[in-house]
Design a protein around this ligand. Structure first.
Ligand code: T4K
Length: 388
């Protein structure tokens, strides 16, 4: 470790010799994974609804207590297939404070995302702002459980019911999280997950749609496989959204380590909570103690007025020290191509505010509590340095 009194941002050497990432992949038992890959090779069944994919789907159905899990090749394709299977057309109301894939998946389907502001307390779509955005072209609401914290599902469902809209969720962050004691994956018409390498549970690349609706599930299965419902028989438009057996083998292996990954995330979150507690203007987002959470995102809000430095100044200081914190979800989907060239239907003051102050800090199995202690000291020193 280098001299902390000589910050890297001013030309010193970085405190951490190797970069600390927000999304260092968690990997379960390597020998078990490799044995499964050997099995797949021996079976010579590598894709197309293979035995590992079916086993993974069954395990996820059990974990979430949901009727159907349809595994696919990415979280983005899960969103696209879900949109298709739920009949989303015209306009769909979404938050802008999300990863751009949420908006892009709709756009790719020929559906226009209409951006809605978020609740500053939860970072999720604000139900009080949704109804003003509904037009005769609106077919649905796509909530995002940002950071794995559940949307206000009941309020959104009431709006959807009142206006005859589909309610679906992007649950990319929310595997193993609950809402009112029920696992996320069970709400709305369907929910989509991401199992990307950077998620606490990964299948290299991958994702899934979960639903309790048999017809939505059947449409997802068809759409995932070109619309085939049997050999030589196509009944709908579909794409190649299939998960392969190597990815499913990774998923099965990582599911076996899921509770360990969550324990590590929880330990890290608590270490950050302790280390950041006394720093004015650096507020760690909270997870409900009454719910199950995966704690995969450690997100702070930097209040320049109290902290004495901006989120971007802190980001630059940390990055120089090899702490690769990320400014998720700056600058917001509405400020990205192609959406930035379109007029907003309503202003997004809370989204604008949040995109200027949130920072995701490194966590997962690639980070230990000693690293976290140093990161917190660095943040404390940066805040007090700038204030002094
Ligand atoms: N909806 C929401 C709400 C989402 O957040 C996402 C994805 C999606 C939908 C779409 O799901 P997918 O189609 O991706 O399954 C990352 C992830 O790529 C993305 O999956 C995730 N959300 C988003 C929040 O974060 P980037 O552009 O920040 O990734 P990248 O490559 O910069 O990696 C992040 C950090 O992890 C870096 O410090 C490097 C490190 N890393 C990354 C990979 C891939 C590793 O150490 N090893 C690795 O293998 O988007």
């Amino acid at each position: 470790m280098s001299d902390p009194s000589s910050p890297a941002v001013s030309g010193g050497s970085p405190i951490f010799e190797h970069p600390l990432h927000v999304g260092r992949p968690n990997v379960g038992d390597r020998a078990t994974f490799l044995a499964r890959v050997e099995d797949a090779l021996d079976r010579v069944w590598l894709s197309n609804d293979g035995p590992y994919v079916r086993e993974l789907e069954a395990h996820i159905e059990q974990l979430l207590g949901v009727r159907h899990c349809i595994a696919v090749c990415s979280g983005t394709v899960a969103l696209q297939i879900m949109a298709e299977a739920c009949g989303l057309t015209g306009e769909v109301i979404v938050p802008s404070f999300t990863f751009v894939a949420t908006a892009h998946a709709l756009e790719w389907q020929g559906v226009t995302p209409v951006f809605c502001d978020v609740d500053p307390r939860t970072h999720n779509i604000d139900p009080a702002r949704v109804e003003d955005l509904i037009t005769e072209r609106t077919t649905g609401i796509l909530g995002v459980h940002v950071w794995g914290r559940p949307c206000d599902v009941e309020a959104l469902q009431a709006i959807a019911d009142r206006h005859g809209l589909v309610l679906a969720f992007d649950a990319a962050h929310a595997l193993a999280c609950s809402h009112n004691g029920r696992m996320i994956g069970n709400f709305g018409a369907a929910e989509s997950f991401s199992f990307h390498a950077t998620k606490f549970f990964n299948t290299f690349e991958g994702g899934a749609i979960t639903t309790n609706d048999d017809e939505v599930a059947a449409r997802c299965r068809l759409a995932r496989n070109f619309g085939f419902d049997g050999p030589d028989h196509v009944v709908s438009v579909g794409i190649n959204g299939k998960m392969n057996e190597v990815c499913a083998a990774m998923g099965l292996t990582n599911l076996e380590a899921l509770s360990t990954f969550i324990e590590v995330n929880t330990r890290n979150y608590r270490a950050y909570a302790e280390g950041l507690e006394a720093i004015p203007g650096v507020d760690l987002i909270q997870y409900s103690q009454a719910e199950q959470s995966n704690y995969q995102y450690v997100v702070i809000e930097v209040d320049e007025g109290r902290a004495g430095l901006t989120r971007d100044q802190l980001h630059a200081i940390l990055t120089a020290e090899n702490v690769l914190a990320r400014r998720y979800f700056y600058p917001g989907c509405h400020a990205m191509v192609p959406y930035c060239s379109r007029p907003l239907r309503a202003s997004l003051p809370q989204t604008e505010r949040l995109t200027g102050r949130t920072l995701s800090l490194p966590t997962g199995t690639g980070v230990d509590v000693n690293d976290i202690r140093v990161i917190c000291q660095l943040i404390a020193a940066s805040a007090s340095d700038v204030r002094a």
